[in-house]
Design a protein around this ligand. Structure first.
Ligand SMILES: C[S@@+](CC[C@H](N)C(=O)[O-])C[C@H]1O[C@@H](n2cnc3c(N)ncnc32)[C@H](O)[C@@H]1O
Length: 237
């Protein structure tokens, strides 16, 4: 197993599109992380199309879905913004312009699709292949940190939350969003290829009990007609 050094990349955003920096040795990915990494690598080529279709049918468009949680973020011009588990980058076009984008994900397949999308959208972001439980960034590196859609099935949710807090500047509002049990049971379990991954698991709950003491303004609510939860809190400044 490779030595687990804390690597501090320089935060130079690529001029257009992005190279993907990898901070993970395959042998370090195990348990549920391995299962979902393989699943996302497999579904990456058609992930967006099926998602877009779903958002149109369910919410009348992707913006109507994403705005419900992205509006929770406190982003100012010039901010350095990190999405943990950025997947194919579909939140990025909905963020304000003139910010420094950084996206991290465990699935190389999703990151490669993200890189293609960034080129298509004319956006620039630095991309990192790494686990949310071990973010390859120095402390207090980001003005904004958020996560959408993966944490329910991380190997170690508590550690991932602690890592997001560590890399956020004091005073940052963190936003964590994922599906509720209603969505997992009503939809995900029925999708071919994906459904089998969601069987034999404990019922989903927003990880409120994993937020360490001392965090401020803790809120949790259901959004997207109860299909997602949105958990937010502020790192003390
Ligand atoms: C449902 S997708 C969400 C993508 C994107 N955030 C969005 O809102 O469209 C979940 C993502 O979480 C990533 N993921 C799963 N486990 C992870 C882990 N332990 N560390 C980092 N990313 C992970 C998957 O590879 C996948 O791209």
């Amino acid at each position: 197993m490779p030595a687990k050094t804390r690597i501090k990349p320089k935060f130079e955003p690529a001029a257009s599109g992005s190279e993907i920096q990898s901070f993970i040795g395959w042998s370090m990915v195990d348990g549920d992380n391995k299962k979902y990494q393989q699943m996302y690598d497999q579904i990456a080529p058609f992930y967006n199309l099926s998602n877009k279709l779903y958002f149109w049918l369910k919410f009348g468009g992707e913006a109507n879905y994403r705005r419900q949680f992205l509006d929770e973020l406190e982003i100012r011009e010039g901010d350095r913004v990190l999405e943990v588990s950025c997947g194919t980058g579909d939140n990025f076009p909905f963020l304000p312009p003139n910010i420094e984008l950084h996206g991290l994900d465990l699935s190389m397949g999703m990151l490669k699709a993200c890189r293609r999308h960034l080129r298509k959208w004319g956006l620039s972001a630095s991309l990192y292949h790494a686990s949310a439980e071990e973010l390859p960034f120095e402390d207090a590196a980001f003005d904004v940190v958020y996560h959408v859609g993966g944490i329910n099935f991380f190997n170690d949710k508590k550690r991932a939350i602690a890592e997001m807090i560590r890399v956020a500047k004091p005073g940052t509002k963190l936003v964590i969003v994922d599906e509720t049990e209603k969505l997992a049971k009503g939809t995900y379990e029925r999708i071919p290829l994906v459904g089998k991954q969601y069987k034999h698991r404990s019922a989903i709950q927003a990880p409120v009990d994993l937020i360490p003491p001392g965090m401020q303004d803790l809120h949790v609510k259901e959004i997207c007609t109860g299909l997602m939860y949105c958990l937010s809190f502020r790192v003390p400044g």
